[in-house]
Design a protein around this ligand. Structure first.
Ligand code: AMP
Length: 280
């Protein structure tokens, strides 16, 4: 397994694969890898000759009051896990390699895709994500990009960026991988206290309650969201940041629940921000 940090060296590697007619699949991550990431890696390996994983905690996508400093960094363990998955190459650029002195370009995403959900609470976040992913795609030049449904707004934004900027990559979205108690796997889960970890599954439990109410015939989004909110608010330590019903593609708010609707939420627990969603 190659571990490369220089974008230009990575481009050379990718060109070698391309010349040898090998397909390249790419899984961008911020490290602190868990089964959710490894599921993307495995899906990527199945379809591509070369699997590339990037590990980079991108400062551009964290707000000044967010957890950039506390974000877990476990590089050696991550590399061991990727080696065991038989990944061909890992891209681990430094901040200087990603944003050298004089760096002056950014991708700006506008419009309804960044009108709700996480965007109003994380100003600049999706521009930071879009900019870093465009840079990573430029270094890796993959045929396929693997993303997790857990970060549904990120998926919608990146698909749009790829379309708008004519980037020749196919996007593959993989389902959310969960702990045995339903909690969506996240690198941030390790920052929960023991008590917080016990409480955190309430988020998915509440989303499932919402889905079961829909299955029983309820079509008013407001009613469904109200029931979900009640379940979560039973846990006093959980603070909901947003809870919305949106169209899963356009992310526009909806008032009537139909197939293809997504219910998404963000909540704080132990000062840790968790997100989750369910597609009805
Ligand atoms: P991150 O390291 O959090 O930036 O995530 C890297 C990629 O892994 C993103 O495409 C995420 O959506 C995806 N991912 C993170 N957690 C999960 C999960 N529990 N299930 C599926 N994909 C995930």
């Amino acid at each position: 397994m190659k571990v490369l940090a220089d974008p230009q060296v990575f481009q050379q590697q990718s060109r070698k694969w391309r010349t040898a007619k090998k397909s390249i699949g790419f899984v961008p991550t911020m490290g602190a890898l868990h089964e959710g990431h490894l599921d993307l890696v495995r899906a990527c390996r199945k379809k591509n000759d070369a699997t590339v994983v990037s590990i980079y905690v991108n400062p551009l996508q964290f707000g000044p009051k967010e957890d950039f400093g506390q974000y877990p960094r476990t590089l050696q363990k991550d590399l061991d896990l990727l080696q065991a998955e038989k990944v061909q190459a890992v891209f681990t650029p430094s901040d200087k390699e990603m944003y050298p002195e004089g760096f002056s370009t950014a991708v700006e995403v506008k419009g309804p895709l960044v009108g709700g959900l996480c965007a109003p609470f994380r100003p600049g976040h999706f521009n930071g994500v879009a900019t870093v992913v465009v840079k990573l795609l430029g270094a890796v030049e993959p045929d396929r990009l693997y993303l997790g449904q857990k970060d549904a707004q990120q998926v919608a934004v990146l698909k749009r960026v790829i379309r708008d900027l004519n980037i020749g990559v196919e996007t593959v979205v993989c389902p959310t991988v969960r702990e045995h108690d339903g909690l969506a796997m996240s690198s941030r889960n390790q920052r929960l206290t023991l008590e917080g970890r016990k409480t955190a599954p309430v988020l998915y439990k509440a989303l499932k309650v919402g889905k079961s109410i829909v299955d029983l015939g309820e079509r008013k989004a407001e009613k469904v969201l109200e029931e979900i909110r009640k379940v979560i608010e039973d846990e006093k330590s959980v603070k909901i940041q947003y809870l919305e019903a949106v169209d899963a593609e356009t992310l526009a708010p909806v008032w009537e629940i139909k197939p293809g609707i997504m219910i998404a939420l963000a909540a704080y627990l132990d000062n840790v921000r968790l997100i989750d969603n369910i597609i009805i």
